[in-house]
Ligand binder design. Sequence first.
Ligand code: GDP
Ligand code: MG
Length: 237
Amino acid sequence: MPHLSVLIPIYNEADNLIPLINEIRAALDDVIDYELIYVDDGSTDNSWQILKSIDFDKLRVIHHQRSYGQSVAVVTGAKAACSEWIVTLDGDGQNDPADIPHLLAARTDNPQAKMIIGQRRVRQDNWFKRKASYIANKVRRFLLHDDTLDTGCGLKLFTRSAFLELPHFNHIHRFLPALFLRNGYKVISLKVNHRPRCKGKSKYGIFDRLGVGIVDILGVMWLQRRSCKAEIIEEIK
Ligand SMILES: Nc1nc2c(ncn2[C@@H]2O[C@H](COP(=O)(O)OP(=O)(O)O)[C@@H](O)[C@H]2O)c(=O)[nH]1
Ligand SMILES: [Mg+2]
């Protein structure tokens, strides 16, 4: 059993695959026993062919029949993961694999935490995306009280069992702190590196993200009000 599952959802990231895998190996090979799971969400470039050709015994690759969305790929990967701890990472190289050991180490000081989420120190995106994300984060935090400054960071370390308990829906990846808290799990943030996308294209526009985000926030507010979490004080076996 590996001690960590590194999970990367991708859509059309052909040029970013090999450089990122090399960086992950440099960051983790001597640090922890891990498996690397790529979920290719029906890419239309040659991502799948490249992934299939890579000779690396820790690599597992799952191929969706078509594109279902980033969160659906995370759910597929989490179900397939062999280890209890999962770390997700964007497949475009914007997250730095060298931060993974820091996330793992943060568990020592926070043994109760079921999620350690990256908080991007300096966003390396264009001005419009940074502003849109700033507003979206403010609105989300105000309405969901999820106590997290940056939920859009792809770098997240969490337990598989807590994640699989959640109600899953596409775009869930931006609401994981709210949903973990709803289920009574502790979440902490850790400042991480963020880098510009050097190859390939962003898959999200500003307006589609904001439009979907508003509907999703209302859905998560409803879930928070209908929480099924009971505190058990005693149990006789
Ligand atoms: N599986 C899957 N991954 C996606 C999809 N859209 C984006 N991604 C991946 O999610 C990560 C973040 O997407 P990206 O376009 O870089 O978003 P941005 O950084 O906010 O511009 C990258 O690894 C993408 O390949 C999708 O529809 N399906
Ligand atoms: Mg990106």
